[in-house]
Design a protein around this ligand. Structure first.
Ligand code: 5GP
Ligand code: ZN
Length: 115
């Protein structure tokens, strides 16, 4: 728990969120300002500011998040048509919340390269 971290407050249920999955290591919830019909955020319960701060000991945690994203993509009915998985790191990528989170975006066609 990091004080003044929005996503730690969502983990602690101090701030409400539409949680779609939770276990002892992670939660997934709907983005408050969705950029596509399906837009979920996956976060570890461990406070890590961004991908720059991930270490070897976090490898299985990050891997588990990706496996769960695959599961939720299936449940959200976007697995077959396709979806995008995004981690924004620092200012050039537009990171706004400094608790690492993985976006699952689906339900429409995305451009490549991204803007
Ligand atoms: P970033 O730009 O840091 O990769 O993404 C942060 C995401 O968090 C944005 O898509 C934004 O809409 C979402 N977000 C910001 N504040 C809240 C909140 O209070 N609740 C939820 N559910 N999502 C939030
Ligand atoms: Zn946090």
């Amino acid at each position: 728990m990091s004080e003044d971290c929005l996503f730690c407050k969502i983990i602690d249920k101090e701030i409400p969120a539409d949680i779609v999955y939770e276990d002892d290591q992670m939660i997934a919830f709907k983005d408050i300002n969705p950029k596509s019909p399906v837009h979920l955020l996956f976060i570890p319960k461990k406070h890590i500011a961004n991908l720059n701060d991930v270490s070897d000991e976090d490898a299985s945690l990050i891997g588990r998040i990706l496996v769960k994203i695959k599961d939720l993509a299936g449940e959200s009915d976007v697995a077959e048509k396709g979806y995008r998985v995004v981690i924004n790191c620092n200012q050039d990528a537009g990171q706004e919340v400094f608790h690492i989170h993985v976006h699952l975006l689906g339900g429409r066609k995305f451009e490549w390269p991204p803007g």
